[in-house]
Design a protein around this ligand. Structure first.
Ligand code: GP9
Ligand code: MN
Length: 423
């Protein structure tokens, strides 16, 4: 049998199972019923990392780590090292929508502009039923992405945008991450506990213009390029994140909370493909020559992975999971961690295992180390995500993965059905 077909058995994520046991044992000296909830009653803090791709994590440039803080945090929590952004026409807002509802984005445009009526079975609404207060913090003008209209449907009661923050350094679209996080850390202390807070950073967003006075990270040999500027923006965003987590730790909030750190989508434009590959080749193998400039779509897809990390001091043991997961799995998992169901979700509870595949709005799918794309009724292209090579195509590709393709279409349809109830 072909190693890649739909009939292969999915490796059971045994580490996750062991982790769950570790969590249960860490909290109770004797075994407890798995229905008991390890994190119930904790505050939940989402930290949304703008345009933050995974490929820089653990990497250095000129001997300096690009993401020293995130590098350390990945060792302190439950780290999903292959999380794919599933955003579509709504960019940031699609990521927000998924991490609140475990539903997929709309087939056209942003959910936030079209499906705003009623009340979603969102993490905010679910936690409110448990007595939580809910709030969102973002250093941009309020009306971007129709947030003031959509947030009530997601059960998010308070929304502090740029107007509520003291004027401070502006980077790119809005308030720079450092002053933003500093003031947000203070505001969190004013919330009545337990709370659900959604903290949306901004400085990772293009045009990646970080003043040298704010961060002296030297991106040579990429100085003056979009790629170099992006590394600087991420270095700055990581530094600001480090200070925020330190403040939460210092104030005592961190140890009473579950922090969920995730990236929303990629930040680099495709025009930076060659520099990205050059950077990865140099850093990983010590080669100095530029890589081929032939764009391999599957490699680009793999490079757009975003961070996903669950931090809960004393309740979640450090572990890492390398199987592919998606943003659509986040809300469902958080609900389960807090002892709640998420009705209508098309995500997976990552505490029980990884999803069988990650589906994207455009119809492509990631299954293990493969990307199934350009799917038609009679054909499909299947690429190896590790080297970008085409491994199956045409009828063969379609037939080998017909079961997965069918299930992915069903998942998209199920999600669309819920959206329609909110038009
Ligand atoms: C806007 C910010 C960026 O407030 O969230 O949005 P994006 O351009 O990434 O969708
Ligand atoms: Mn964004």
């Amino acid at each position: 049998m072909n190693k890649y077909s739909d009939n292969t058995s999915r490796a059971y994520p045994i580490r996750l199972f062991l982790l769950l046991l570790a969590i249960l044992f860490a909290l109770h000296s004797k075994p407890i019923d798995a229905a008991e909830i390890p994190l119930a009653g904790r505050n939940v803090i989402y930290i949304h990392l703008e345009s933050f791709q995974n490929f820089m994590i653990g990497q250095t440039l000129n001997g300096i780590p690009i993401t020293p803080n995130l590098n350390a945090f990945t060792q302190q929590g439950l780290w999903f090292s292959h999380c794919y952004p599933q955003t579509a026409g709504g960019n940031t807002s699609d990521a927000e929508f998924m991490v609140h509802t475990s539903l997929l984005p709309a087939s056209k445009g942003a959910v936030f502009n079209q499906f705003t009526s009623g009340s979603y079975h969102s993490i905010g609404n679910i936690l409110k039923k448990k007595g939580y207060n809910t709030a969102v913090f973002h250093g941009n003008t309020a009306n971007v992405w129709n947030r003031p209209v959509m947030y009530p449907a997601l059960g998010l009661d308070r929304f502090d945008s740029a107007a509520q923050y003291a004027p401070g350094l502006k980077i790119g679209l809005g308030l720079a991450d450092r002053p933003f996080y500093t003031e947000t850390a203070h505001q969190l202390l004013t919330l009545k506990e337990p709370f659900f807070a959604d903290v949306l950073s901004l400085s990772g967003h293009s045009p990646f213009t970080i003043p040298i006075s704010e961060d002296s990270f030297n991106p040579a040999p990429y100085t003056g390029t979009v790629f170099g500027d992006y590394l600087r923006a991420i270095h700055y965003a990581d530094g600001a994140l480090g200070l925020f987590i330190a403040e939460l730790r210092h104030s005592g909030l961190l140890e009473k909370s579950l922090a969920v750190i995730y990236g929303d989508h990629g930040g680099l434009p495709l025009s930076e493909y060659e520099r990205l590959e050059h950077f990865l080749n140099n850093s990983q193998s010590g080669q100095t020559k530029a890589s081929s400039n032939t764009i391999k779509p599957a490699l680009w897809r793999a490079r757009t992975q975003v961070p996903l990390l669950f931090l809960a001091h004393g309740a979640i043991m450090p572990a890492s999971v390398g199987a592919p997961v998606g943003q659509v799995d986040i809300a469902h998992t958080v609900a389960a961690m807090m002892g709640a169901e998420m009705p209508g979700s098309v995500g997976t509870n990552l505490m029980h295992g990884v999803p069988p595949f990650v589906a994207f709005r455009g119809g492509s799918i990631i299954k293990e180390d493969l990307w199934i794309t350009n799917v038609t009724d009679s054909g499909a292209e299947v690429y190896n995500l590790a080297n970008g090579d085409l491994v199956f195509s045409g009828k063969e590709g379609r037939l080998l993965f017909s079961g997965t393709i069918k299930r992915a279409i069903k998942m998209l349809e199920a999600s669309d059905k819920v959206l329609e109830q909110h038009r």
